[in-house]
Structures are given as structure tokens and as C-alpha cells.
Design a protein around this ligand. Structure first.
Ligand SMILES: O=C(O)C1=C[C@@H](OP(=O)(O)O)[C@@H](O)[C@H](O)C1
Ligand SMILES: C=C(OP(=O)(O)O)C(=O)O
Length: 422
């Protein structure tokens, strides 16, 4: 499938979707607590449905009511679970792997073609070091995990994915001995660890931080019934903000901003550094954009998902936009550094690809082109927004947005975009 994207302006109001990362965490923890735990304002998308289905396979009884889910009964660790397919969701397979370590029967975890290219070995090594037996396919899914993890001292590298650490934290209190966790190397995507710890706290489990992002201790505990409300998704909001910066006049973005930690909130600071004025009040976000953006150097180590919405802003930036310290963006649904470099070059942006990032500069001459998103949802949405600015573009794989923003095309067209499935 492809979409034709014409030069178009947006205006009016748009509601930002709920947070995918918090939806995953809250569903898993509600499924570990059970007893009518409730998650409200959930994002219902292919990735979060993969988490719901995984928890049902683990034995949780989950009911969905509009935008809420209720867990009547928790995960049953004596259930026989032959296989769990986590589709396109990295967060789901990582957290589910930690939970699989708490079962005594072997469980196979797999995913789609994209997920079968994503690293799992550091997490499997960590689980093996505390009692699990693990197998992988060259370090990637499909994987097999046979518990039971008993806990103890665990060391794990932090420079591939924070999701490995989130997975260990979430399972840790349910081991017999608890876990004393040490993180080697520099942890990437640090704010997602804060999100995990904050959500665990909401479900009654405390994590002792010995050295932030380096050393944690989690004693044996039980998850308690809770009701959790999912906040706005700043990763999706960043795409909407870039759409307004490049193509919006009087556009207002609405959503339940909440006060839980989200690394991608830093996009507000990035926009201000680029010269954009951002005003946020009463869960409404408005911006004022200068004629030309200023450019600048941006470290995305803690917010890798901002690479697509930031890179396209080079289309209207008088100075280069330099993105650094985000090598792990090559380990997502796709290698986002390589594809962003290759595809934005087609539009007339001069791109220097580096191992850990990009330098992007508008050449002044911009051209319509066919942009291949390679079924990566964030790239599809960013390329559509770029196409609305340049005009006369085609973007591949619109179905990719099902994983995080199912009604993206409809919503953008409702406020003035011209994105037409071919
Ligand atoms: O824990 C999470 O919810 C996520 C963590 C990040 O991945 P890494 O920690 O692998 O960088 C991010 O890219 C992903 O979209 C969601
Ligand atoms: C990489 C992402 O998610 P996941 O790691 O859960 O696949 C994303 O949403 O950009």
C-alpha cells in the first residue's frame, strides 16, 4: 500500500493519542496484580493489543470497556503457555520475556519479520544468570524461555535498549530472592526506566535506586490492585508538533498531559531551541513558528523516537540540524538513521549519516519523491508530514500506523492534510 501526499496546510483542533509505553506497562502490571485492577484512557493499537493478548495467554482474565481495561484475575504462573506472538512490538516481547522467566514450563516468544531482527541476547543472558534456561535464533526472536528465575545479582549492558532493564525490574519482585541489578555501560533511553519505576510504584511495588541508571535493588514484593490513567503520548505529540511547525496555522493539540515522566517531553525544549514559541495550558498546546527554524545540535540518547519528527524539521531550517548519540535508533522497527538519511535525501535535504546520528541541511531546492517508510510507523508519519510541506510525494506502508496511531491519516485529513491512499 502507498499514500499520495499533496502540499497541504492544517488548522483546527486535534487530540493526541494516549501513551503507548505507559499503556504497555499498566496492562502488564495490572495483569500481575489482578483483582479488578483498571487501566483507563488506554491506547488501543496493534502494539498494545499484542500486550493484552500476551497477558491473556499468560492466564490473565482481561475485559475491555471503551478506552479502559479491567483485569478480573491475574496471570497464572502454572498455566501451560506454548507460544506468544508479540507481532511488531519490542516493548511487549521484552517485558513478556521477563514474565516468562517466572513460569516453570518452557514458553516460546516470537514476532513479525521486523521483530525477528531485534536484539534479545543481553536480556536472555541476564535471565539465564538468575535461573532461566534460554534459547534464541542468533540472539533474536523466536526465543524460548524456561523458568523459574529465583533472583539474586544481575548485570546487564544498558547501551542497546532500556527495555531489557524494564523487563528485569517488572519481574524482580516476584522472584524468591528479589534482584540486585547492575547496569554496565551507559544506559540509553533512561526516562523509560523512570516510567517503569513510576508505574510499578502505582501498583504498590517499590524499587530502591542505589545509583540512578546504574544500580537498583528490588526486594520480593506483591503487586497490588490499582487504577491507572494513561497520560498523553509525547512521542506521538512530537509528530503532531512537527506537522504544525511545518504545515499548521492555527492548530491546537489537546490531551491529558499528566505528570508522569516521559523522555520525549524534551521535544518542547528542542522546538524552543529551534525558535518556536510553545504555550501549554489546561491540556492544550499551541505554538508560534518563525519564518525559518534556527537549526542546532541535539542529543537524542534519552529520546530516540524523536529522530523522525526532528529530522524532517530540516526542511524549513536556516542552519543544519545535527542529531547525535542515538545509535540505538538503528535497533527499532527499522534502522531509522539509515532510512531517514536515504529518504530525506530524495526531497533535496543534504544529509551526512554518522554511526550515531545525522546532520541534515536543506539545500533550498526541494522535490516531491516516493518515500519508502519500510513499514515503520514513525517513519511513515514523519514522511507524510514532510510530504505535506514539499508536495507531490508518495509514502509507502500506511498500515504501519496501526501499531501506535491507528487513525493518523483520518485525523490529519480531517484538519486539512491531503493524504490519499492509492
Ligand atoms: O520502554 C519503552 O516503552 C520504549 C523504550 C524505547 O526503546 P529503547 O529503550 O530500546 O531505546 C523506545 O524507543 C520505545 O519506543 C519504547
Ligand atoms: C521502537 C518503538 O516501539 P517498540 O520498541 O515497542 O517496538 C517505537 O514505538 O518507536
Amino acid at each position: 500500500m502507498k499514500c499520495k501526499v499533496e502540499k497541504s496546510k492544517i488548522s483546527g483542533e486535534i487530540v493526541c493519542p494516549p501513551n503507548k509505553s505507559y499503556t504497555h506497562r499498566a496492562i502488564f502490571l495490572a495483569s500481575l496484580a489482578g483483582n479488578n485492577s483498571k487501566v483507563e484512557n488506554v491506547l488501543l493499537s496493534a502494539d498494545t493489543i499484542a500486550t493484552i493478548e500476551a497477558c491473556k495467554k499468560f492466564g490473565a482474565e482481561i475485559e475491555t470497556e471503551n478506552s479502559s481495561i479491567i483485569v478480573k484475575n491475574p496471570i497464572k504462573f502454572d498455566k501451560i503457555v506454548p507460544e506468544i506472538n508479540t507481532e511488531n512490538s519490542g516493548t511487549t516481547i521484552r517485558i513478556a520475556s521477563g514474565i516468562a522467566g517466572l513460569f516453570t514450563e518452557e514458553i516460546t516468544l516470537t514476532g513479525d519479520k521486523s521483530l525477528q531482527k531485534r536484539p534479545m541476547q543481553p536480556l536472555l543472558d541476564a535471565l539465564s544468570s538468575i535461573g532461566a534456561q534460554c534459547q534464541s535464533t542468533d540472539g533474536k526472536p523466536p526465543i524460548k524461555i524456561k523458568g523459574k528465575i529465583t533472583g539474586g545479582d544481575v548485570t546487564i549492558p544498558g547501551n542497546f535498549s532500556s527495555q531489557f532493564i524494564s523487563a528485569l525490574l517488572i519481574s524482580a519482585p516476584l522472584t524468591e530472592n528479589g534482584i540486585n541489578l547492575s547496569i554496565k555501560d551507559n544506559l540509553v533511553s533512561k526516562p523509560y526506566l523512570d516510567a517503569t519505576i513510576a508505574t510499578m510504584r502505582k501498583f504498590g511495588v517499590s524499587v530502591q535506586t542505589l545509583i540512578p541508571y546504574k544500580r537498583y535493588n528490588i526486594s520480593p514484593q506483591v503487586y497490588k490492585t490499582a487504577s491507572f490513567t494513561v497520560p498523553i503520548d509525547f512521542s506521538s505529540l512530537a509528530l503532531l508538533l512537527s506537522a504544525v511547525v511545518l504545515n499548521g496555522d492555527e492548530t491546537i493539540i489537546k490531551g491529558n498531559i499528566g505528570n508522569l515522566p516521559q523522555g520525549d517531553e524534551v521535544f518542547i525544549d528542542i522546538l524552543e531551541q529551534l525558535g518556536v514559541t510553545v504555550s501549554i495550558d489546561e491540556n492544550e498546546i499551541k505554538i508560534k513558528t518563525p519564518e525559518k527554524l534556527k537549526g542546532g545540535r541535539f542529543d537524542l540518547s534519552n529520546s530516540p523516537d524523536l529522530l523522525p519528527p526532528l529530522a524532517i524539521l530540516a526542511l524549513n531550517s536556516e542552519k543544519p540540524i545535527e542529531i547525535v548519540n542515538v545509535k540505538h535508533a538503528r535497533l527499532k522497527e527499522t534502522d531509522r538513521i539509515a532510512i531517514t538519511s536515504r529518504e530525506l535525501t530524495k526531497l533535496g535535504i543534504k544529509v551526512q549519516e554518522k554511526e550515531d546520528g545525522l546532520v541534515l541541511e536543506s539545500s533550498g531546492e526541494l522535490y516531491g519523491a516516493e518515500l519508502n517508510s519500510e513499514n515503520d510507523h514513525r517513519l511513515f508519519m514523519a514522511f507524510c508530514i514532510a510530504g505535506m510541506y514539499v508536495g507531490n510525494c508518495v509514502v509507502t506502508d500506511p498500515e504501519s500506523v496501526q501499531v501506535s496511531y491507528p487513525n493518523f491519516v483520518e485525523e490529519m485529513n480531517r484538519i486539512g492534510a491531503i493524504i490519499q491512499p492509492e
